[in-house]
Design a protein around this ligand. Structure first.
Ligand code: GMT
Length: 380
């Protein structure tokens, strides 16, 4: 492999948001997988990413501190991050820095590269979704996000949908490589807890994992579950936290189904919940990809979701779950009941899901795609 590290292995900086969310999960798991392959990985963030627990060979975590000087109403994290990337680029002799989620990371990497004299460090930006569709598209970020993408040496997007959306929204002159997200299929088949820890024996388990932002339409999760629970004993597991959780809980109270809903909060390890679920619900307005849905497939759980954004690139309607128009609550409930009532159908969907996760979204295949992309960019 090319690069300046003197052997086949690269020195890579990875920048991500550390909080619960798909982009931080993908960035961290990519770093861990690359470390296992012998690359030297430097992860930079303002807190340890939630999936980084434990020891991982060749992975070094660098915490970025922020200055709380009273003059600053808003502590300038972006400057501290750029400074840290530049510092690590020099001291570790980085070949490239791979930033996840364009805002603000790609502009910080650009600034760090301007400050680094040692050698030209390559910048790769991976677009995850809301960095383009919501945050980057906001007028206050638009020009700087486009500039940072133009200045990146390589850009990847987690779905074809996101690639097309980005090129359309930003009239981007750059090419974008689609590299889908991946799942560790060995880990997402081994539930870390027993079904009996989560629900009563007779209850079907429906689950939803997200950051509970408006785009997730969590109220639809509750409405669909309400329709299902009228027909058969069932329990809804809500995992994660965010602004729309209180409204979802309130809606459940109004519908009189609070006792059938377990609000489990933030969980670092969702294998137990997914591995014991019968249905995973993802009624989002759109998803650029839907990492939680892929983790559900790998866990052998059919997904009932919306045919929106990049979700159809992950879930095949009628094969690994059912996709319905956004807001079609009756359609989603009917599909869920059909899956719960028909054992043969459920088993077929589960098996297909596991197979698709392993064949199209395996960690080893997708990490190799990233490695090949790094090589291309470094070869310049
Ligand atoms: O806005 C979010 O939902 C969070 C964001 C993230 O940082 O985790 O999620 C986006 O990136 C994930 C990982 O690539 C994708 O699986 C999610 O679909 C995407 N979210 C949206 O597009 C809404």
């Amino acid at each position: 492999m090319s690069g300046n590290s003197g052997n086949d292995h690269l020195r890579i900086g990875i920048v991500c948001h550390p909080t619960h969310g798909g982009s931080g999960a993908v960035a961290t798991e990519l770093g861990i997988a690359l470390g296992k392959r012998g690359h030297e990985i430097h992860i930079l963030s303002h807190a340890a990413p939630f999936r980084l627990a434990g020891f991982h060979p060749n992975v070094i975590y660098h915490e970025v501190g922020v200055s709380h000087y009273p003059l600053f109403k808003y502590p300038p994290y972006e400057l501290s991050l750029a400074n840290k990337i530049s510092e690590i680029a020099e001291s570790a002799s980085l070949d490239l820095v791979h930033v996840h989620y364009a805002v603000p990371h790609s502009i910080c990497a650009y600034l760090a590269r301007q400050m680094t004299h040692r050698k030209p460090m390559k910048i790769i930006t991976t677009l995850h979704g809301t960095d383009i569709t919501l945050v980057g598209a906001d007028p206050s970020f638009f020009d700087i996000t486009r500039f940072a993408m133009e200045e990146s040496d390589g850009i990847t997007a987690v779905s074809r949908y996101l690639k097309e959306e980005t090129q359309k929204k930003f009239s981007l002159r750059r090419s974008i490589r689609v590299i889908h997200n991946f799942v560790d299929t060995a880990r997402f088949t081994r539930p870390a807890c027993q079904r009996g820890d989560l629900a009563r024996k007779e209850e079907a388990i429906l689950s939803h994992v997200s950051n509970f932002r408006p785009v997730k339409r969590v109220r639809d999760v509750v409405e669909v579950f309400h329709r299902v629970s009228k027909e058969r004993p069932a329990r809804l597991l809500l995992i994660g936290d965010g602004p729309d959780l209180p409204a979802a809980v309130e809606r459940a109270q109004t519908l009189g189904i609070s006792d059938k809903i377990s609000v489990l909060g933030l969980q670092d390890d969702v294998t137990g919940v997914l591995g014991n679920s019968d249905i995973f619900l993802l009624p989002s307005e759109y998803e650029s990809f839907g990492l939680a849905a892929l983790e559900a497939l790998s866990s052998g759980v059919p997904v009932i979701g919306t045919d929106s954004g990049g979700i159809p690139e992950v879930i095949q309607n009628g094969e690994t779950g059912y996709l319905l128009p956004v807001g079609d609550l009756d359609g989603m409930a009917t599909a869920a009941l059909r899956v719960l009532d028909d054992d043969d159908l459920r088993i077929r969907l589960c098996e297909n899901g596991r197979r698709v996760a392993a064949e199209r979204f395996s960690e080893s295949a997708i990490v190799s795609e990233y490695e090949a992309f790094y090589r291309e960019i470094l070869a310049g």
